[in-house]
Design a protein around this ligand. Structure first.
Ligand SMILES: *Cc1c(COP(=O)(O)O)cnc(C)c1O
Length: 416
């Protein structure tokens, strides 16, 4: 569902006018559509209907409490990658019993927190982590539920920074090591094997790599079951891409049915860990043009959002469509859309044809995933406000950060 429409020449998200949103909450400001997020979740849920399943939202994509609470209310679990994310789940009223914990560097303190809360499963990524988790659980008198994250060595055909399932990646354990490590896990007294996990990368736009990875995982499942190591769930990770520009990712139902055909006759509960596909297209970054600057070679539109607010263009050279909130009829000119941060890499869009004036509002689209959650305070810039729209109503779900908060934890040295 696309929550955007032009009404009376003003861009609306659901039934809320983005001009009014900017007036009320100021810019830069992230704006999310409650309906778009809900429908994105339901597409996954419905595609898995009739199968025991749990959709664990990969919350690093966007961890605002209002978004976590929304997904929790729809039945979601969560894929976390830190103890901090677990604390967010608890703060949002999510069920720790539906949490899977991924990541290559879990600390002992994070393991303890997760064991205390009773999470669903640890997705273990190395032999050393198996030993650490076994010891930690033993000290606490608990049994840790585990899956091994297996690296299926398939090429996700995506940006190298977000490809995680190839040999040579820091993630997961090698396919050829998996059997040995499962036998080890089965022998450790404070671990209980629950499942198997894989996650091959992000922003995948084809079904094929997912299907190939599943084939590789199922080979292991069969080998394990032949040895009497029975798995309760299969966690197939996240990674389904979205349309930013001209990508054509498979619809959710098509992607899931390609997996389900391979799972016929197997009773395992299916876990998925979608992040971007649940929130990416449901949010935008609203920004205002501060200055128009005509250069000798390029024209610049300098806006009040920057790479610290939305890092994807600077980090991955990612494309986000940028559209005027109040379009003009003119043909416009070609602009570099840049922020105020003192880095040449601080751009939000290259070579965009727009009819612009100082003070205009722009919407940077498909910014719901890895936008706010990757933002920083670089240049001592306060992080943007976040607003959720439902119908014609809007709700402030994160206040613009007060500047004093940025240095509240800092101390100057005492005088000598
Ligand atoms: C980031 C991540 C995801 C989600 O990836 P998306 O591309 O946002 O769907 C899922 N699982 C793990 C382990 C991850 O690290």
């Amino acid at each position: 569902m696309n929550p955007l429409s032009l009404q009376h020449n003003h861009l609306h998200i659901e039934s809320a006018d983005l001009v009014a949103i900017a007036d009320t909450y100021a810019t830069p400001c992230y704006v999310y559509s409650h309906t778009a997020l809900t429908q994105a979740f339901q597409a996954f849920d419905q595609a898995l209907h009739g199968r025991n399943h749990l959709i664990c939202y990969a919350m690093k994509a966007n961890s605002n409490l209002a978004i976590l609470r929304l997904f929790a209310s729809l039945g979601a679990g969560f894929d976390i990658v830190s103890g901090g994310e677990l604390q967010r789940v608890l703060a949002a009223g999510g069920d720790p019993g539906k949490v899977v914990f991924s990541g290559v560097g879990k600390t002992t303190a994070e393991m303890r927190l997760a064991l205390d809360c009773g999470i669903l499963c640890f997705n273990v990524e190395s032999e050393a982590e198996l030993h650490r988790l076994n010891e930690t659980a033993g000290q606490m008198g608990k049994i840790a539920p585990v899956s091994l994250r297996v690296n299926p060595d398939v090429d996700a055909n995506t940006h190298p920074y977000i490809s995680t399932g190839l040999k040579g990646s820091k993630f997961g354990v090698a396919h050829e090591d998996a059997l040995r490590l499962y036998r080890l896990a089965a022998s450790l007294p404070h671990l209980k094997i629950e499942g198997i996990d894989c996650h091959i990368g992000s922003q995948l736009t084809e079904t094929r790599p997912f299907a190939d990875a599943l084939d590789r995982v199922l080979t292991l499942v069969d080998a394990l079951e032949a040895e009497g190591i029975v798995l309760h769930h299969l966690d197939l990770g996240g990674g389904l891409g979205i349309r930013y520009q001209d990508e054509t990712p498979p619809p959710v139902a098509e992607y899931i049915s390609a997996l389900l055909v391979k799972l016929q006759g197997r009773a395992h509960t299916i876990l998925l860990e979608p992040g971007r596909a649940l929130v990416g297209n449901g949010g935008l970054l609203l920004t205002r043009v501060e200055y128009i600057k005509r250069g000798t070679e390029k024209n610049f539109a300098i806006v009040d959002a920057a790479m610290n607010d939305l890092m994807r263009p600077a980090l991955y050279d990612a494309h986000h469509d940028i559209v005027p909130v109040v379009p003009r009829a003119g043909n416009g000119e070609v602009y570099e859309i840049v922020g105020p941060v003192c880095e040449s890499g601080d751009f939000l869009g290259h070579e965009r044809r727009l009819d612009l004036r100082q003070g205009d509002l722009l919407a940077i689209l498909s910014a719901g995933a890895y936008g706010m959650s990757m933002s920083s305070n670089y240049n001592t810039r306060a992080r943007a406000a976040e607003v959720m729209v439902r119908g014609q109503d809007s709700f402030l779900i994160r206040e613009r950060e007060p500047i004093e908060h940025l240095f509240a934890l800092e101390h100057t040295l005492p005088r000598l």
